[in-house]
Design a protein around this ligand. Structure first.
Ligand SMILES: Nc1ncnc2c1ncn2[C@@H]1O[C@H](COP(=O)(O)OP(=O)(O)O)[C@@H](O)[C@H]1O
Ligand SMILES: N[C@@H](CCC(=O)OP(=O)(O)O)C(=O)O
Length: 370
């Protein structure tokens, strides 16, 4: 095996790959995937596994019980299945003398900066000790409000948390096609993507089965976040021969999303990964140019509208006059204060509010332009 440089790789295995489309975990195929990951690990790469399949494994372990479609039933299946799943991974990696460490995450663990840093430190400690982090969403306890909701987006967040070089989204298709190949036999594989725009998003449908969550749509969301943070992304078939090794050694396979030229620093990765926006700011053209072109901070003068209720420290979405999203940032002022400051000069902040947290409403260190 030829390896140009040692990579930190997040491998996301969808339910579709782990069950091979059947109602059971396909343990024979899991062995093959572990063999590839273990070989890469031995060659010096660092592997982080994001595994789906807890709910499928729970169903299988309980003998396919007749259950209602309630959240509680799914949580019960996830609780049973997650322990089956982690045992399977532990046993399989043990065959190669490797240990795994389980990290069950929810969005709440990543939104809060303190908890995000804790999770990052745990991941780093596992990797420093050559242990394979095995990640899934904490489905057994996570309610809809605090869930990431799908493992594609969760794996992108894991890639940001770990500052990975590469994210592999392995699924039951060869990659992203010009239409869902399940209903469009003429659909063509898209081999290379430099920019994810609305036209591309329109091609990506939901899951074609009731096993997977999110389909290609969530894979594109994940790829978008990861590539902006400087992580290369490949969507490929989990059953293609030696797929993980092939991708890690640079072979063209599946759909490759080129990473943005420069990665983001640690705090900006968290802004991108972390909190869903609590509100929006609409900006005038001058402010949009200053942010996008010159990397400036946002001054109150450039804000034309304040939408939503937010506190100082909350994440905000930034839009241009046409409502297009141009970035994300952390608010320096409360929404009530921001309303009073919009369109005003920075030197008047103290007079208007009776205090000041400084002349900018979002500092450039707290800002990610998309
Ligand atoms: N443009 C597209 N290209 C490829 N697959 C697509 C596309 N649009 C929708 N899909 C569907 O996405 C499915 C893969 O996602 P999903 O079922 O969530 O699997 P996983 O368990 O691997 O996450 C495919 O089986 C396919 O039916
Ligand atoms: N966390 C869930 C899987 C959620 C999910 O996104 O599934 P998939 O689309 O198959 O990657 C589970 O372990 O069953």
């Amino acid at each position: 095996m030829q390896h140009s440089f040692k990579k930190r790789v997040v491998v996301k295995l969808g339910t579709s790959v782990l069950t091979s489309g059947s109602p059971r975990l396909d343990r024979a195929h899991m062995v093959e995937l572990v063999r590839q990951m273990a070989r890469l690990h031995r060659a010096g790469h660092e592997i982080i596994l994001v595994t789906s399949g807890a709910i499928a494994a729970g169903r299988e372990h309980l003998g396919f019980p007749e259950l209602s479609d309630s959240v509680a039933s799914k949580q019960m299946l996830a609780a049973v299945g997650q322990s089956q799943l982690i045992q399977a991974w532990e046993q399989l990696f043990n065959l190669y003398g490797l240990h795994v460490g389980q990290m069950l995450l929810t969005r709440a663990d990543l939104d809060d900066r303190e908890r995000y840093l804790n999770a990052r430190d745990t991941m780093q400690a596992l990797l420093d000790n050559r242990i394979i982090p095995v990640i899934n969403e904490n489905d057994a306890v996570a309610t809809i409000e605090i869930k990431v909701g799908d493992n594609d987006n969760l794996s992108a967040l894991a890639a940001l948390l770990a500052q990975a070089d590469l994210l592999l989204l392995l699924t039951d298709q060869q990659g992203l096609f010009s239409a869902d190949p399940r209903n469009n036999p003429d659909a063509k594989l898209i081999e290379q993507v430099d920019l994810i725009d609305d036209d591309l998003r329109a091609l990506a449908g939901g899951s074609g089965t009731n096993l997977g969550t999110g389909g290609m749509a969530t894979k594109l969301q994940a790829a978008d976040v990861a590539m902006r943070a400087g992580v290369e992304v490949v969507i490929a078939a989990g059953h293609a021969d030696g797929v993980i090794e092939q991708i890690c050694t640079g072979n063209a396979i599946g759909t490759r999303f080129n990473a943005a030229a420069s990665g983001l620093d640690e705090r900006k990765r968290w802004i991108l990964a972390g909190p869903p926006p609590s509100g929006q700011l609409r900006l005038d053209d001058g402010a949009v140019n200053a942010l996008c072109g010159k990397g400036s901070s946002l001054l109150p003068k450039g804000v034309t509208a304040v939408l939503g209720q937010f506190k100082r420290g909350d994440a905000l979405q930034l839009q241009d006059q046409q409502g297009r999203v141009i970035g994300r940032g952390i608010a320096r002022y409360h929404s009530d204060e921001m309303i009073k400051l919009q369109g005003q000069h920075s030197r008047d902040i103290e007079t208007i509010l009776g205090f000041s947290y400084g002349p900018v409403v979002i500092h450039r260190n707290d800002l990610v332009v998309l």
